[in-house]
Design a protein around this ligand. Structure first.
Ligand code: FES
Ligand code: FES
Length: 186
């Protein structure tokens, strides 16, 4: 049973993958620890625990965030999506499928963070957001082609100790192409 609230803890309701979870957390508890230690959502990985590796990347209101630098109490009222919430109706998310098809991993430890980041990267690109390697950032020019350099830059917050970067870039490119074709067909 959850401990009663105190001056150092509060009840918080987190909306994760569409489900609400109410729990009492110490104010210093990170979202990452709440997910993994309190809610058994262990798909989100802890690598550095200090915002440097991207292993703990989740989506907050559709935008990527490292869960180790986010306090659980500050995530109340946000739509939190973890890797466990990406598949729908038994179908892997296209990014998950692309990682699977193209071997976008070796040990797989960084993979949930890579996949969550890639989901957001593809949406950011589709919305026309430039990156640090975009040549022409004028809004009227729109999104640049999602080249390997663009993907590498946009995914640069996610480290892979196994060095599976070549396949990761290919997987992100494939999922982005699938998204564009789907959009063109609508
Ligand atoms: S565990 Fe969060 S960025 Fe490394
Ligand atoms: S697949 Fe092993 S750390 Fe990336």
């Amino acid at each position: 049973m959850a401990p009663p609230p105190s001056s150092t803890s509060s009840a918080v309701t987190l909306k994760i993958n569409g489900d609400k979870h109410t729990l009492s957390v110490d104010h210093r508890t990170t979202l990452l620890d709440a997910l993994r230690e309190r809610l058994d959502l262990t798909g989100t990985k802890k690598g550095c625990d200090q915002g440097q590796c991207g292993a703990c990347t989740v989506l907050l209101d559709g935008r990527r965030a490292v869960a180790c630098l986010q306090l659980a109490v500050a995530a109340e009222d946000r739509e939190i999506t973890t890797v466990e919430g990406l598949a729908e109706a038994g179908q892997l998310h296209p990014v998950q499928q692309a990682f699977l098809d193209l071997d976008g991993y070796q040990c797989g430890y960084c993979t949930p963070g890579q996949i969550c980041s890639a989901v957001a990267v593809i949406e950011e690109h589709a919305a026309g957001w430039p990156s640090a390697v975009t040549d022409d950032v004028r809004p009227e020019v729109g999104a640049p082609p999602l080249t390997a350099d663009e993907i590498r830059e946009r995914m640069s917050g996610n480290l892979c100790r196994c060095g599976a970067y070549v396949s990761i870039v290919q997987a992100v490119a494939r999922a982005a192409e699938a998204r564009m074709s789907q959009e063109a067909a609508v």
